[in-house]
Ligand binder design. Structure first.
Ligand code: SF4
Length: 324
């Protein structure tokens, strides 16, 4: 039996595969690997497809130096827009529009190292309004917050905290130097202690290896992450990664398939950069991925919710909330 076939049987039987086994999958024939990942997805998640949308709740002028990001003050990019935390009305209106279109999860994302206490209070007011007026789940991506701040957000009705690990601990200093991997891990732990679920993945195409990607997911798995955003680097002119090669659809299919082997019951979520794929992610959605960020990304245009609704239907998926 092939490695993919053998490991698939073990995963289907409830076994957790480790680092060395996951590394062996990178050499497997692509079709065999992706078919096995699709079978694992169907076994553990059925036809559930978890779709979320995001809003750039506070934009630009970020003190951090994440080397892929258009919003960092350290780089000169075409993204000159900047604004403070959006008012409750605007955040709630957007949530309502998404809910009416069938989206069940809405994430407010803000630029900067972390929201201040005052901003957290303001965000809590917006979350309360959204939860009063819609049935949409609210996720937050507010940077490196502390447990007490997460508790206030949970009390206001937030359900999940997003904080990407981005890559492996080993590679992270090549990605950002103004905060550390340990701070990200502590943020995810603090969110969990506050009773929130956690969503954490990374960016593919920064110059990392498959080992880095696998180590990132193993760290996420250890932390109890069930939602793993998989971003495809969209090299932004003016950032240090502007000349990076964009990964191919096949490379991304292999990545989502391996991630599915590692977190069989999770939401492997195509995120930023999906529009760079000619098929909008269709092949990946047959290769272990079963979730997506729909609509516009933070600073780049995305794929509309309507297009994604059609795509999921065509693939036999049903938009539902995944298990957190
Ligand atoms: S990714 Fe977030 S923290 Fe990093 S520079 Fe961009 S806005 Fe700032």
């Amino acid at each position: 039996m092939s490695t993919a076939g053998e490991l698939k049987e073990r995963v289907l039987a409830g076994e957790r595969i480790g680092r060395e086994e996951a590394l062996r999958l990178q050499e497997e024939p692509l079709e065999e690997l992706t078919a096995a990942a699709d079978e694992i997805r169907a076994h553990f998640c059925g036809n559930m497809f978890d779709m979320c949308t995001i809003i750039n709740g506070k934009c630009g002028k970020c003190s951090e130096d994440c080397r892929y990001c258009a919003q960092s003050i350290h780089y000169h990019t075409a993204c000159e827009e900047s604004y403070l935390l959006l008012p409750t009305g605007q955040l709630a209106d957007q949530a309502k529009k998404n809910f009416e279109r069938g989206v069940l999860r809405y994430s407010i994302v803000t630029s900067g190292r972390a929201l201040s206490d005052r901003e957290v209070d303001q965000a809590c007011e917006a979350i309360r309004a959204i939860r009063r007026e819609t049935g949409i789940q609210v996720c937050v991506s507010f940077g490196l917050l502390k447990e007490g701040q997460f508790r206030r957000l949970a009390e206001a009705g937030a359900s999940c905290v997003h904080c990407n690990l981005e890559s492996s601990e080993r590679f992270f200093p090549q990605v950002c130097t103004t905060h550390t991997y340990a701070e990200k891990v502590e943020t995810l732990k603090a969110a969990k202690r506050a009773g929130l679920s956690i969503c954490s993945g990374g960016i593919m195409g920064l110059g990392e290896t498959m080992e880095d990607r696998i180590d990132m997911v193993l760290t996420a798995r250890e932390l109890g992450v069930k939602s793993v955003p998989v971003n495809l680097l969209n090299p932004i002119p003016g950032t240090p990664f502007e000349k990076n090669r964009i990964l191919t659809n096949e490379e991304l299919c292999r990545i989502t398939a391996i991630f599915r082997f590692l977190i069989p019951d999770g939401m492997i979520r195509l995120a930023g950069g999906r529009g760079l794929l000619g098929d909008k992610g269709e092949k990946c959605f047959r290769s272990g991925a079963n979730a997506a960020i729909s609509g516009d990304m933070l600073t780049t245009a995305g794929i509309t919710v309507e297009t994604d609704m059609e795509l999921t239907k065509k693939l036999g998926y049903e938009v539902k909330l995944g298990n957190e």
